[in-house]
Design a protein around this ligand. Structure first.
Ligand code: SAH
Ligand code: SF4
Ligand code: F3S
Length: 487
């Protein structure tokens, strides 16, 4: 296949021109203001500094998108808030991955009707993966006229223009792009403060697993150029971030659409040299595209953490084939073996779907045996949820829901027991950790993460937030470890 080099759009240029057309230019403080000196936010939403709130569902892609929305809003003069009653602008950033996620987000939209009735000036926007589905748009148009703005995953960078349309009185603004073949660079982002930052390296997904909605909501794979990624990571390091997580639905596909043969392993090698960055993580990796070259690059690097999240989805070859995963059980086990050969202490986690259409008890037994064979540190397990528009949703599914539920419980029992045993094996050992901050339950107990992404609770005190240390593990639980700092 010929490499397609995707067009790159610089955010600042397009939005600057559009806002100039609406009477706003960028002032010395970086905020778009009108001739009277009022920020875009003040001119359209109210005299004091209006505040925005983003409710985010779904994966890290959506978390990053919300940071981008809030980053753009900062350039328009908005502040942020976590309190609904203080918010002048509310985003519901939706997820479509499973029926439950979709219902949750739409339930939230319904709940906000009362708030909108009480405070009609609040602007309500719905965005994210669910809005890429035409049936969601129809639903919102019909049943949620209190929503002012509906946009999708491909046109975040047009937020200022979309907001302007919503504020100047268009009833319900709906603007969804079906596809995008561009990568938009230099979008402002309001990142959560701390040590850790997210960096998108590839957008979209071309894998078309037969159960999955993501290729329809996020479009085709588009890699960012290496230079843009490295510049962003260098800038993050300069701003004090020490851990970065590279994001993509399939980071191992990185570079396939760029000319020049530069791939994910090359990117990891280059990132390993960025001063100031201590740890590099990535998610999610697809077993089909995980090459030996990538395993070697990770083994050779200082910064890339020894955590392999390798979503297997199922243990039986025929189910993997129906799912269109593109690997067999044996190929997956070979990959696990090559990871363990290169990095014996690697932490390996996975995602598993139970109750795929036509999955038999024998198929499920193969999933259970694979879980035993690999010995995962942890697994995210899901009951199959049919998604309209995907091939699997059209297939006959004779497996009764009670059987699916019972399989999920049996799987979870094994996953938890194995995970706990893995954690118990760490007791007495010492591990490098990034200390996050006080835990939710007890301000004297701090949470920290190992390179393998295990959560450790340690006695802590102010000043330790976002620093690196070493923890000795004292006790193991199923999900977490207790320890103490030893340096
Ligand atoms: N790109 C990632 C997955 C992102 S979605 C990958 O391929 O590994 C996260 C997880 O949600 C998937 O790994 C899968 O286990 C689960 N999932 C996706 N679609 C689902 C569906 N229709 N029903 C149940 N689980 C699903
Ligand atoms: Fe969905 Fe498969 Fe793409 Fe992952 S690789 S996002 S499961 S289609
Ligand atoms: Fe959900 Fe979209 Fe992520 S469907 S899991 S938010 S890519």
């Amino acid at each position: 296949m010929e490499a397609l080099d995707m067009p790159v759009i610089a955010y600042g240029d397009g939005v600057g021109a559009a806002l100039a057309g609406l009477g706003f230019t960028r002032a010395a403080d970086g905020i778009f203001r009108d001739a009277a000196g009022r920020s875009f936010a003040q001119a359209l939403a109210g005299p004091v500094v209006p505040k925005a709130l983003a409710r985010t569902y779904g994966c890290q892609m959506n978390v990053m998108d919300s940071e981008t929305l809030l980053g753009q809003l900062a350039t328009l003069g908005y502040g942020t808030t976590d309190a609904e009653d203080e918010a002048d602008l509310i985003f519901i950033n939706t997820c479509a991955i499973r029926g439950s996620a979709a219902e949750h987000a739409l339930g939230e939209v319904g709940r906000l009707k009362a708030l909108k009735q009480e405070r009609p000036d609040v602007l309500l926007a719905v965005c994210g993966c669910l809005t890429q589905m035409p049936e969601t748009v129809r639903h919102l148009q019909r049943y949620a006229p209190h929503v002012d703005l509906v946009f999708g995953t491909h046109n975040l960078h047009e937020l200022p223009q979309l907001l302007h349309r919503a504020y100047v009185g268009e009833q319900q603004v709906v603007d969804i792009w079906r596809q995008s073949d561009a990568v938009v660079e230099a979008l402002p982002s309001l990142r959560a403060p701390g040590a850790r930052a997210w960096v998108n390296i590839i957008y979209g997904c071309d894998k078309y697993c037969t159960y999955c909605i993501v290729p329809y909501t996020r479009g085709k794979e588009r890699s960012r150029r290496p230079g843009e990624i490295l510049a962003e990571v260098e800038d993050l390091a300069a701003r004090g971030y020490t851990e970065i997580t590279l994001l993509g639905q399939n980071v191992n596909s990185y570079g396939k659409d760029l000319a020049g043969g530069y791939d994910f392993a090359d990117l990891l090698r280059d990132l390993d040299r960025v001063p100031g960055i201590r740890w590099v993580r990535y998610m999610t990796s697809h077993p089909r595209d995980f090459t030996q070259k990538m395993v070697e690059a990770i083994a050779a690097s200082d910064k890339v953490c020894e955590h392999f999240h390798l979503p297997v989805q199922a243990g039986a070859d025929r189910v993997l084939r129906w799912m269109n995963r593109g690997y067999t059980r044996a190929a997956y086990l070979d990959l696990v073996a090559s990871v363990r050969a290169a990095i014996p202490h690697a932490v390996i986690t996975t995602d598993i779907i139970v109750g795929f259409p036509r999955e038999t008890e024998d198929d499920f037994a193969e999933t259970l045996s694979l879980v035993e064979e690999v010995g995962y540190d942890n697994a995210f397990t899901f009951m199959y949820s049919p998604r309209d528009g995907t091939p699997a949703a059209r297939w006959a599914d004779p497996v009764p829901p009670e059987v699916k539920k019972e399989r999920l419980l049996r799987l979870n029992d094994r996953v938890y027991a194995i995970g706990r045993a893995k954690n118990e094996a760490m007791v007495g050992g010492e591990y490098d950790v990034l200390i996050e901050g006080p835990s939710r339950k007890d301000p004297a107990v701090y949470t920290a993460r190992t390179r393998g992404n295990k959560l450790v609770h340690v006695p802590g005190a102010p000043g330790l937030e976002n620093t690196f240390g070493r923890a000795r593990i004292r006790r193991a639980h199923t999900w977490t470890l207790d320890g103490e700092l030893v340096g």
